[in-house]
Design a protein around this ligand. Structure first.
Ligand SMILES: [Zn+2]
Ligand SMILES: [Zn+2]
Length: 162
């Protein structure tokens, strides 16, 4: 891997699942995005939480007001812990956690452990830098996202706040 071209700075790579051999695509979560991606601790589903979601902003305010943590990763980690504590559970019954193992979408084997900065997707998500996805790839990826990535209706209802 030492010879990776510089333009692959998010370390995008296709590799076979060590368990079922299906093609998988891994990529670093872009630092230029505006969302956190938390994965289920029991399956390959994930949830996308925007930096600008009202829940995220409220947690971030709380952390800043407490003022006990250094800016940067200590604050981010505390924020992610607050977020994961309030997210609705996955449809499989698992919990979304920022540091959950990234599981193979096909066989659900844990593939990437303790690598919370990495996203793991089916191999058909991979597109060469200078190419566009084919219509079939776009269709497959869209279908996967709508089945496995939650982007709305994120939070548990706080009964005590009603
Ligand atoms: Zn697999
Ligand atoms: Zn799940």
């Amino acid at each position: 891997m030492a010879d990776e071209p510089d333009d692959n700075w998010l370390h995008a790579e296709v590799f076979p699942c060590p368990s079922c051999q299906q093609a998988l695509f891994r990529v670093d979560h872009s630092p230029f995005g505006d969302d956190y991606l938390l994965y289920c601790d029991q399956c390959a589903n994930c949830v996308e939480v925007s930096y600008y979601d009202s829940g995220t902003l409220a947690f971030a305010d709380r952390i800043r007001e407490e003022g006990t943590l250094q800016p940067g990763w200590p604050q981010t980690k505390a924020l992610l812990r607050l977020i994961e504590g309030r997210l609705k559970p996955c449809s499989c019954g698992g919990r979304y956690r920022y540091d959950a193992a990234r599981r193979c979408p096909f066989c659900l084997a844990p593939v990437l452990i303790d690598m919370p900065w990495i996203e793991l997707w089916p191999g058909y998500f991979w597109v060469k830098d200078d190419e566009d996805p084919t219509a079939e790839q776009t269709e497959q990826a869209d279908a996967y996202m709508s089945a496995h990535k939650r982007e709305s209706d994120l939070w548990q209802v706080d009964e005590s706040a009603q």
